[in-house]
Ligand binder design. Structure first.
Ligand code: NAD
Length: 427
C-alpha cells in the first residue's frame, strides 16, 4: 500500500538552472559560435525521471522520485554525482549536469556532464532502507548507466557506501563485477586512494595558486579563511588548508557555525564534529549563524555547502577579498556583478571544485586497467591538473578581459564546441 509521497519543499527557490544558463549566455557571446551549435550546447541531451517504491522497515511501501540528466556526451561518457536531498528537483539536476560538462572540459578529462538525485532526506531512513532505496533507484537506471556511458559518483547526501551498493546492484545485473560503474567507492572494492579528500584539496590547491597572483602580501599563518559547509568538501578543505598553515577562522554546517578570529583548532573541531554530528555546543569558537558566517571578516571565503548562498541580497555584506567556490553554484549572477564591482577575486566552482571529478577520473582509469596508484601519485597528478587548469583559466581571463567565472566557461564551452565541430552533427 502506498502511504506517503516524498515531494520537494513547496517554497519557491530561485532557479539554479537559470543561474547555469545565465552564466552560459554571458560566456558564449565571446565565442562567435553558430546559433545552432550554441543551442545544442545549451540543451541537456537526455533527462530521465522515475517514481519507484521502497519497502520501509515497518513493512509499508513508500514512493520516491529520482532523476538522472545527461547534459552532454560530446567529449566522452557522461559523469556526475548523485544527490539525496529533499530539495532535489529537475531544474537543479539539469543545472548540475550542465556544470559537470564545463567542469570536465575545463580540466581536460574525457567526459561529458551528468547529474542524478533522489528526493529524500537520507537521515530519515535506516541503513537498510537507504540500501533498498539505492538498489531500486540503480535498477531503474540500468538502461542509462555503464562505464562507457554514464558513471555516477557521490554528492550531497550520498557517500562511498551508497556507491558500493550501486556497484553491487549493477554487477549483479550484468553478471560480473564492474568497479568502473561508479567512482568514490570504498578502497577495498576498487576505489582510489585520495578520492575522499580530492575535492577539498583541489579547492585549496586553487586558492594557493590564486593567492600567488592575487594575494594580500601576508604569510599563510596570517591569511584567514572562512569555510561554509562541513561535509566532504568543506571539512576536507578546512583541514587541508589548516595543515598548510593557513588560519581557519570560521566553519559551519546546516545548523550554524563557529568563529575564532585567532584561528580554530581544526583537529579538535573535526573530532568534535565526528563525535556529535554538529558544531553546536563545542565551545571551540563563538557560535554564528550561516548568514553571519558569510559576512565574517576574512581574506578568503570558501562556500562549500550548496548552491544559491551568496545572492544579490547578501553579496554586499561579504568582507572576504577572495572567494573560492567549493560548492556548485553558491553565487548567483546578480551577486557576481556586486562582487566584481567590489573587486573580489572569485575562483569559480567549475574550476575550484574540479578536484573531485579529476580523482574520479583517475579512479575510473585505475578500475579499467585494474592497476592501482599510490596516494602520492594521486595527489601529484591532482595538483598538476588543478594548477594547469587554474593558469589556463587565468590566461583566458586576461585574453578576453573577463572575470574568472566567464573565463572558465569560455574555455570549457570552446573545448566542447571544437570537439563537436570535429565530430560533426549526426547523421
Ligand atoms: P555533504 O552532504 O558532504 O556536505 C554538505 C554540507 O553543507 C554539510 O555540512 C551540511 O550541513 C551543509 N549544509 C547543507 N545545507 C546548508 C545550508 N542551507 N547552509 C549551510 N550549510 C548547509 O556534501 P558535499 O559532498 O560536501 O558537497 C557540498 C557541495 O560541494 C555541493 O554543492 C556539491 O555539489 C559540491 N561538490 C561536491 C563534490 C564532492 O566530491 N563531494 C565535488 C564537487 C562539488
Amino acid at each position: 500500500m502506498v502511504v506517503a509521497y516524498n515531494t520537494p519543499p513547496q517554497e519557491q527557490t530561485p532557479s539554479v538552472y537559470g543561474t547555469a544558463l545565465a552564466q552560459f549566455d554571458r560566456a558564449v557571446r565571446y565565442l562567435n559560435l553558430d546559433d545552432g551549435v550554441a543551442d545544442f550546447l545549451r540543451y541537456p541531451r537526455r533527462e530521465f525521471s522515475v517514481n519507484f517504491p521502497v519497502r520501509r522497515d515497518n513493512g509499508k511501501v513508500e514512493m520516491f522520485t529520482g532523476y538522472r540528466v545527461h547534459h552532454s556526451t560530446v567529449l566522452g561518457p557522461s559523469k556526475g554525482g548523485l544527490r539525496y536531498s529533499l530539495a532535489v528537483n529537475l531544474d537543479e539536476i539539469r543545472a548540475l549536469a550542465m556544470w559537470m560538462t564545463w567542469k570536465c572540459a575545463l580540466v581536460n578529462i574525457p567526459y561529458g556532464g551528468a547529474k542524478g538525485g533522489v528526493v529524500v532526506d537520507p537521515k530519515t531512513l535506516s541503513r537498510d532502507e537507504l540500501e533498498r532505496l539505492t538498489r531500486r533507484y540503480t535498477a531503474e537506471l540500468i538502461p542509462l548507466i555503464s562505464p562507457k556511458m554514464d558513471i555516477p559518483a557521490p554528492d550531497m547526501g550520498t557517500n562511498p557506501q551508497v556507491m558500493a551498493w550501486i556497484m553491487d546492484t549493477y554487477s549483479m545485473t550484468v553478471g560480473y563485477s564492474v568497479p568502473a560503474i561508479v567512482t568514490g567507492k570504498p578502497i577495498n572494492i576498487g576505489g582510489s586512494l585520495g578520492r575522499n579528500e580530492a575535492t577539498g584539496r583541489g579547492v585549496i590547491a586553487c586558492m594557493v595558486e590564486a593567492l600567488k597572483g592575487h594575494g594580500f602580501g601576508k604569510p599563510s599563518s596570517e591569511t584567514s579563511i572562512v569555510v561554509q559547509g562541513f561535509g566532504n568538501v568543506g571539512s576536507n578543505a578546512a583541514s587541508f588548508a589548516h595543515s598548510l598553515g593557513f588560519k581557519i577562522v570560521g566553519v559551519s554546517d546546516v545548523g550554524g557555525g563557529l568563529y575564532n578570529a585567532n584561528g580554530l583548532d581544526m583537529p579538535a573541531v573535526r573530532s568534535y564534529y565526528a563525535e556529535h554530528g554538529t558544531l553546536e555546543g563545542s565551545a571551540l569558537g563563538d557560535e554564528v549563524t550561516n548568514a553571519e558566517l558569510l559576512a565574517l571578516p576574512c581574506d578568503v571565503l570558501a562556500p562549500c555547502a550548496m548552491e544559491g548562498q551568496i545572492t544579490g541580497k547578501n553579496a554586499n555584506q561579504v568582507k572576504a577579498k577572495m572567494i573560492v567556490e567549493g560548492a556548485n553554484g553558491p553565487t548567483t549572477p546578480d551577486a557576481d556583478d556586486i562582487l566584481n564591482d567590489k573587486g573580489v577575486f572569485l575562483v569559480p566552482d567549475i574550476l575550484a571544485n574540479a578536484g573531485g571529478v579529476v580523482v574520479s577520473y583517475f579512479e575510473w582509469v585505475q578500475d579499467l586497467q585494474a592497476f592501482f596508484w599510490d596516494q602520492e601519485e594521486v595527489y601529484r597528478q591532482l595538483q598538476r591538473a588543478m594548477a594547469r587548469s587554474y593558469y589556463a583559466t587565468e590566461a583566458t581571463a586576461e585574453e578576453y578581459g573577463v572575470d574568472m567565472r566567464t573565463a572558465a566557461q569560455i574555455l570549457a564551452i570552446k573545448r566542447v564546441a571544437d570537439a563537436l565541430e570535429t565530430r560533426g552533427i549526426y547523421p
